[in-house]
Structures are given as C-alpha cells and as structure tokens.
Write a protein that binds this ligand. Sequence first.
Ligand SMILES: [Zn+2]
Ligand SMILES: [Zn+2]
Length: 467
Amino acid sequence: MGEDRAQEVVRVVDLMPFSFSTSLRIELEIKEVLDTVHQRCLGWIGGALEQLAEVSVMEARRCLSGKEAPQYWRRRAPQILRQFNSHFVDPTTSPSKNHIYMENGNIAAASPEEVRRSPAFGWAASDTSGILSPFTFSRRKNGENDVTIKILYCGICHSDLHSVKNEWQNSVYPIVPGHEIVGVVTEVGGKVDRFKVGDHAGVGCMVNSCRSCHQCAGHHENHCPGMILTYNSTDADGTVTYGGYSDSVVVEEHFAVRFPAGMPLDRGAPLLCAGITVYSPMKRFGFDVPGKHIGVVGLGGLGHVAVKFGKAFGAKVTVISTSPSKRQEAVERLGADAFLVSKDPDEMKAAWGTMDGIINTVSAAHEVTPLLSLLKTFGQMVMVGAPEKPLEIYAFPLLLGGKSIVGSAIGGMKETQEMIDFAAEHNLTADIELISMDYVNKAMERVAKADVRYRFVIDIGNTLSAT
Ligand SMILES: [Zn+2]
Ligand SMILES: [Zn+2]
C-alpha cells in the first residue's frame, strides 16, 4: 500500500460521522474517539484496507458521510467495523471503552459504563482444550427489530465440538457455542410483529445477514456473503456473537423461528440445525415426493432426522451404513424401509440404480464412488457432511447416468420456518438425550465418539445457574 493511499484513508476516517446518543449518556468525547482511531489507524489500514480497496476513496468518503448512499453505508460500514474491532478490541473485555459500533447508521463508541448492554451468563471454552466452564458476558439491549429469548434448551451440534477445539482454525476465544436454541420470548422491540412476549421461539445457525444482496432477496440468507453466525462471529454492531449455551439471546426478529404449538421445545431444538440441513436439499432436489427412493448415508444427528423427513414426505428411505449393527435401529426404531451395508458388495449390487437421491451425512473420509452407483439416471448425491480430506471421485460414474454430487448448508429463514411447521404437522422431532449443563464436557467427549442417540440437548432452563 502506498503512503498516499494511507494518508487518504486517514482523511476518510476523519470524515466518519461519529454520533453519540445523549439519551444514553455516552460520556466519551468525539475527540477521544478520533484520537483512538488515529493512534490505531496505521494498523487498522493494514487490515481494513483490503476491504476498502475495492471501493475508490472518493466512493468511500461519500458512503461514510452516511447521506448520499445510506443503503451502501449500512451494508459496508459493519464490514469495516468488524475488521476494525477484530484488530483492536480485546474480545474478553468487549465492549471496551474503545469499542466502535453502529448505531442508527452511524458509528458510535461504547460507553465505559457499558450502559447499553445487558448482563448474560453461559458456559464458554477459553482455549483449544475445548473444556467449557461458567462465563459471564453481555448482550446488546433489545432493539426495535429485536426479540430477546430466555433460553430453555440448546442442542449440541458436532460443529460446537469443532469450534471449541478450534478444529476449523477460526475460533476466537472465549467461545459460547450452541446454535440449536429454543426458549420463550421475554421482550420484543417496537417494530416486531411476528412475536409477542411469552411465545416460543428458536434461533438456528445464523443471527444476521446483509438483507440487501441477491441471496438475501431470494430468501437464501444462509448463502449471503455477510451472513453472521450465531457464535464465534462478529455481529453487525462489531461485537462477538455468543451462542445458546447461555441464559438468553437477543436476535433480530427476522432470524428467529416461531415454534408451533405442540412442537416439543427440547426435541424440536435440533431441527434448527440438523433438521434444516437435510430438509432444505430434500426440497430443492425434489426428494420430497411420495414414491421417491432416498438413500441416507450415515445414521447420526443429521441422518436420523433425514430418515424421518423422508418418511414424512412419503418417500421410500434406505439407510446406508458401514455398520450392520445399525440395521435394527434404522428399520424398527426410525422407520426406514430398508438398510444397506455399504461394505457388502452383494447388497450394494442389488441396489444399483434404484435411488432418486442420496443424502450423505458422513463427515469422515469415505469412498463415494460406490454410492454413486446406487443412483438412478440424473440422480443427485447431496453432501451435507464435511470430510476433512478431499473426496476421491472418478468421472465415469458421474458421466454415465448424468449424475451429480452437490452440496448444501442449512437453509434460509423462510425455509427454516417451513421446516419447523412441517415437522410440527407430522409430529417429527429429533431423538435426544436431555442433559444438565454441568454434563456438557462429558457430552462433548461422547459426541467425539458418536456415542449419542442422536442428539444431546442441554436443559438450560432448569440447570444453567449463575451461582
Ligand atoms: Zn449445527
Ligand atoms: Zn445478503
């Protein structure tokens, strides 16, 4: 980066419209914030200019004025702030005196008294050991578009384990995991119209997105480049997101799911991640039609709900597993129509070309070519698990029969609501083991060994205590 460019950015930063809400008695003076920005500016440029570089300085200046391009500013500023805060704000003290965040489309600074935050309590991992322990933090106060949910139950997803152990190399500690959150609404903002106090509501894997891109417009917020995850992510206001192993969550109404009457809160919680992850591709690829034949590879948290959704759609469901010991479980307990041992060449051969689609939930390394032979012409195998190593795929099994391997990741908010409503209509819930908060570390060990049928759900409401 050239010196001129750096100077230019410093001048742009000067133009940022810092605003202070007198009603909330923010005591920092503008000068103090500007000094802070100046002190830190050179480092900030290093990180943030990557993002700013695609915008001309003139355009940035216009956008930062917040007048001529308010739409653009609203989308852009949180990204810039995220970069700023990730460089300079100690997450353990967030929001610090120098924490910069968005308020009504302008930049503001957090007060030293943290007047705008509500205390929260949960369990967090503080290092790669992944061991969780009690943790006090804060959440934003309920805004006009927000709902606050008192959390009653939270499922344990395998992603939680990956995250607390930093297995995806992107963890920022402390982490409060949990993205299968269900509870009761305790506060709603003035512009909220889908929820009222006392309603049952859920929060899944994401808590925000840009709301203006093509994907968001098409109800695919899960594919928005600005999508914000429920934990270990940076929210639009620049603060770190904390998940559902905690007493409460504040979320924009758009990212909360109405829990239908009759849907059990504990057994419904895992549907917010595991359920939508399999439901979405089954809808998208037309597996949701009576008479279709669907294969489900792997019988864990995702696989067992895939079997249930397949049956609810009226499809024929065959569970495919390496382990013959799961046959009885799959057929008798979960209602699968058939069971196929993938290591048995005779069984596999007998099923060649019989399946319209396959939901592959396996996240360990495995051979996919034999599975492709199970598909009918033009069939799809949908990957919803994520093996760490690359898959080995030969082209011929794809060419002959015009088959596809596709991927899928959760679903948009509209579809998530449809999924939970559909599940309620069909009495479809996850099979769970309900545990207390202090069992969570043991539960994580068991998740690592796939020793759970099929989802742990933490009884937050009854067992999370701040004392
Ligand atoms: Zn999950
Ligand atoms: Zn978007």
